[in-house]
Design a protein around this ligand. Sequence first.
Ligand code: FAD
Length: 485
Amino acid sequence: MKGTGLTEENAVDRLREIVGESHVFTDPAATAAYLTDWMGDYSGDALAVVRPGNTREVSAVVEYCGASGIAIVPQGGRTGLSGGGVPVGASPSVVVSLARMDAIRKFDDAGRTIIAEAGVILEVLQDQAAQRNLLFPLSFGAKGSCTIGGNLATNAGGSNVLRYGNTRDLCLGIEAVMADGSIINGLSGLRKDNTGYDLKDLLIGSEGTLGIITAAVLKLFPRPSTRETAFLSMASLDGALQALNVIQDRTGNSVEAFEYITQPLVDVICNTLPGIRAPLAGNVSTAVLLELGSSRSSDAEINGTGANRLRTALLDTLEALIEAGIVEDAVIAQSERERAEFWHLRESVLEALMANGPFYFFDISLPLANVAAFVGEMDSIAAKLGFQPLIVGHLGDGNLHYALTSNDGERWQGLPLELAKQEALALLQRLDGSFSAEHGIGQEKLELMRRHKDPAQLSAMAAIKQALDPAGILNPGKVVPIDPR
Ligand code: FAD
């Protein structure tokens, strides 16, 4: 190994000494799953998969790897969609999985915070909060597999960003192991702390390239005691955004989710996955899954109409929006089961796309005022080039997941995908959008970073990377396009 006189076997032996024999995998049957991403688009090689059980072990692994010239790929639930958690390139590397670090260290009932280790599965954290009648609002389709460490490292978004912000907004502090093995302890949970640069914010969204997150203090919120979930058919996309503001104004800002989906994608989901049905019959070109939530007890009170206050406000608002021609049709979930069905449809998008056939997926964001223009122009480009667009998005955040697929599933190979990507990017630039909204850069978008990120920002990022990880051992070949070691 690079100038150390070590062999791979020595390295694996040393790693076993640090974390214990049974927590270092080298057998291909055991490592295979750790070396391929969720979509099956990226795979790589590693000397070993190492599964430390505590922060001191993470630190010792990092220190040893740094001294031995071994790169480290931090890994959580492997649900990332940009290839960030899979080794890349020729340098010897180890995958450091945080899966064993899955303890809830502390609840602070008064401060409404929780300290969770990096390997805690998102859904487990949601359940833990719910048991205390509190809410951890981050939520999306991968919640049963992704981890808090991965959520922080990617600054994950999801369906509730509109109301609660993305992962960055939900975090009060971080414990992390830096490239030299030092441990940063920022778990005090302070809501105000202006003592210099905010290292937490540097680590959040750094996709494992600046440090390994081992634990975090996260904010909890009052759990909505009343929820109303509806599936709406909107007359237009612009109208949908107009409706969002009207609904916010008339329901006391209680919109928790405002998710956009187009009919061809609803059809793909219903045709490929058993047991899912479209909430609204007919051809709904612009559908929105709306969820309102309130923890105010008065909103749960039943009034003279037999409905609670939140539902009454929703019904009145929908009536006004239908009269104004903005909403065409609507169905409101009548039970928790129906609500779960609406959400199951929304959260099955990726699975359905994968079952449907080849596709390419843009994760982009736009100023809200430009969303409709993007969709209109991109739909024309897609049609001209022979693609069928399938669109879903966190509309309230201006975040679209715009998928290109082939019309008949047969002709994908011949379609001009590179041209479609170029045209989409040019359109995105013209409309002040971003080529990565919530899935990060990983290895997938490294070239886009090189070509399209503002050079001044890129050079500041490279300087930060160089300062914090001078030997480039942390997740090389990801996020910041700098020359390989
Ligand atoms: P991994 O995939 O294991 O890793 C992701 C990146 O984080 C890698 O670069 C890795 O090196 C780094 N990393 C992981 N753990 C650590 C750590 N402890 N310290 C430092 N670096 C670390 N994302 C959204 O934002 N919004 C969505 O709505 C959404 N929906 C999804 C739906 C599905 C069905 C799927 C499969 C994915 C979806 N994703 C979504 C993407 C993905 O779930 C998120 O990026 C998630 O945060 C990744 O967490 P993970 O634990 O799986 O991380």
